[in-house]
Write a protein that binds this ligand. Structure first.
Ligand SMILES: NC(=O)c1ccc[n+]([C@@H]2O[C@H](COP(=O)([O-])OP(=O)(O)OC[C@H]3O[C@@H](n4cnc5c(N)ncnc54)[C@H](O)[C@@H]3O)[C@@H](O)[C@H]2O)c1
Length: 307
């Protein structure tokens, strides 16, 4: 049994708690939040839970193997560092830290302490991403051309990070999981309209080897919520619309064949290929449940946590 403490029970923390409670191999013992109303709420759901407003009490609890950090981003580094120093494994909410230097420090500390860091990159555990990964690994899409994602909505403004740092970790983790490639270069632009000098509209381009390009569009000022990703390959193309209640992933047998005329290179023949579209059946298990299973497996079988 893996004993767990959760720090931060605002919007997202209770989702983790629900999944830790449901998993037969994890036992959630204590929760912490600065806000006593949140602690009242969580004990109304799980009366056996101990609570505290001081995260040090969780860190110092010798019965715990793992501490989940579900507080705002600017607190992740300090709390995770204290937990690692106390010999705990940590699950940190995305984005892992407020900057990459802090993340690198935590990774080094975890190695020194022989402890694990898990980052809650929830989307990589969804049925949609796991199915798309199957298509890519089977070679069904052919050579990958691009990954294009739109992740926009009205709010929810964060007070400590900009829209890119808040939303793009989802796409970056998805790409890392799907492509397994290391980016060669990155360009990001954005602009501030309302929020305390934090960009609320931002665009990220990532260049991978073999001419694979990715673009992520994040926005807190959109009148509509869009969660749409296009992934195109030389053989097939995928449209993943995460807002759809069903048929989220559509695979199109569409593409373009370019036939070079050897004598006249400027005289290319373009052939459009339009085949069928199909929607695969997706595993509908809640992503966090699969993620908790994976954390248990990594800890019990001494497997590395995913990057
Ligand atoms: N994986 C996902 O899909 C997903 C979704 C939403 C949010 N998140 C992430 O979860 C984290 C929390 O986001 P949220 O939306 O739940 O925020 P939130 O503001 O709703 O909740 C954060 C909670 O942490 C508490 N808190 C702050 N500082 C604390 C401290 N020092 N000690 C104890 N408690 C403290 C606050 O009182 C609050 O209740 C963020 O990193 C966010 O990016 C992840």
């Amino acid at each position: 049994m893996i004993n767990i403490g959760v720090i931060g029970v605002g919007y997202w923390g209770p989702n983790l708690i629900r999944n830790f409670v449901a998993n037969p191999e994890t036992d959630i013992q204590i929760c912490c939040d600065l806000n006593r109303d949140r602690l009242k709420y969580i004990t109304s759901l799980y009366p056996a839970l101990s609570t505290t407003i001081d995260y040090q009490e969780v860190i110092k609890d010798n019965d715990l193997a793992l501490v989940a950090v579900c507080t705002p981003v600017n607190t992740h580094y300090e709390i995770a560092k204290a937990a690692l120093n106390a010999g705990k494994h940590v699950l940190i909410e995305k984005p892992m830290t407020a900057n990459s230097k802090q993340a690198e420090e935590l990774i080094q500390l975890a190695q020194k302490q022989s402890r694990r860091i898990f980052v809650d990159h929830t989307f990589i555990y969804t049925g949609a991403v796991r199915k798309i990964k199957e298509y890519i690994q089977n070679g069904e899409l052919g050579d990958l051309f691009y990954f294009d994602s739109v992740r926009v909505n009205l709010g929810m403004f964060q007070h400590d990070v900009n829209v890119l740092w808040d939303l793009a970790p989802h796409d970056v983790s998805i790409m890392h999981c799907l492509l397994g490639e290391k980016a060669e270069s990155v360009v990001a632009t954005g602009s501030v309209h309302l929020n305390n000098n934090l960009e609320d509209v931002a665009y990220l381009s990532i260049y991978y080897p073999n001419n694979l390009i990715a673009h992520i569009h994040t926005n807190w000022l959109s009148p509509v919520k869009i969660r749409q990703t296009l992934i195109a390959g030389s053989k097939k193309m995928i449209v993943w619309d995460d807002n759809q209640p069903s048929e989220k992933v559509r695979v199109y047998d569409k593409g373009i064949d370019v036939i070079q005329n050897a004598d006249q290179v400027y005289n290319m023949l373009i052939q459009y290929r339009t085949g069928d579209m199909h929607c695969p059946r997706l595993d509908s298990t809640e992503a966090l449940a699969t993620e908790v299973d994976h954390i248990v497996e990594c800890l019990n079988q001494n497997k590395p946590s995913p990057a």
